[in-house]
Design a protein around this ligand. Structure first.
Ligand code: SAM
Length: 245
């Protein structure tokens, strides 16, 4: 896959420009010179082998050699609504969600949230999305946005299969079987709560709107473990009721 660099605007013609952190990486970390070949992507689904033609300070000009439409996305669109954990676990969660093919990560504002996410939090996490996409070869950027829990559960489209991860002590509920009559969904939304868990009101409100409670086993998982377990199962078509993808 080679060295990949992100261009923050659609690549449409025969040339492209790298600036800022991406130009710095190419020039000062990789020490690229004119003639060097790299791969560019613009987050819209394709990648572009390209050659450095000029490098001046923090600006690199490249000529586009080819456009390759390489789809490395899941066949089901997965949205994770997550109450963020603290500190560096946020970056870890976002990096792994990108690698697992999550289409959209919605940072949830919940009653028991310990982190107060704001625009700066999202900006920082978007940089992690780019870094992870460069590393894992994804050509579409995982979208990141912020939402109140109530809006997230209310606004999810009804044709999306919706899950709210919540531990249960009822072992009958744990073994929900797929319903054979249900068609395979093309999109999945799942909500994962904060360290203190969802409130009973949040869980019952979501269930009233058609969200399915999802139990991930008899151990309490950290937020990021639960989020990545759900992303993995969704990507493999293995969530209860999901059938095949
Ligand atoms: N004491 C909290 C509770 O009982 O809900 C634990 C919260 S857990 C650290 C954080 C989030 O991860 C939960 O709100 C839930 O969304 C998800 N989670 C953790 N373990 C889970 C499990 N075994 N089944 C389903 N969801 C789980």
């Amino acid at each position: 896959m080679g060295d990949r660099y992100f261009v923050d605007e659609p690549i449409l013609g025969t040339s492209a420009t790298l600036q800022g952190a991406e130009a710095h990486h190419l020039l000062h970390v990789m020490r690229a010179k004119p003639g060097a070949e790299v791969t560019l992507f613009d987050g819209t689904g394709a990648e572009f082998p390209a050659r450095v033609t000029q490098a001046v300070r923090e600006r690199v000009e490249l000529s586009i050699l080819e456009r390759r439409d390489l789809n490395r996305e899941l066949s089901v669109s997965v949205t994770l609504g997550v109450a963020l954990p603290k500190g560096d676990r946020q970056r870890w969660l976002v990096e792994k969600a990108v690698e697992l093919g999550v289409a959209r990560l919605v940072v949830l504002k919940v009653s028991r949230g310990i982190v107060r996410p704001n625009a700066n939090t999202l900006e920082r996490l978007r940089r992690t999305v780019i870094e992870a996409s460069k590393q894992c070869g994804r050509n579409r950027l995982m979208e990141i946005k912020l939402a109140d829990f109530a809006d997230f559960v209310r606004d999810a489209p009804a044709n999306t299969q919706r899950y709210i991860a919540h531990p249960t002590t009822n072992t009958d509920e744990r073994t929900i079987k797929a319903a054979p009559s249900e068609p395979a969904p093309s999109s999945i939304s799942a909500a994962i709560g904060p360290e203190g868990g969802f409130t009973e009101g949040e869980v019952s409100g979501a269930i009233e709107l058609g969200w399915r409670p999802l139990d991930l086993g008899p151990r309490i998982l950290r937020v990021e473990t639960a989020a990545l377990a759900v992303a993995t199962l969704a990507g493999l078509g293995q969530l209860p009721h999901q059938r095949s993808v």
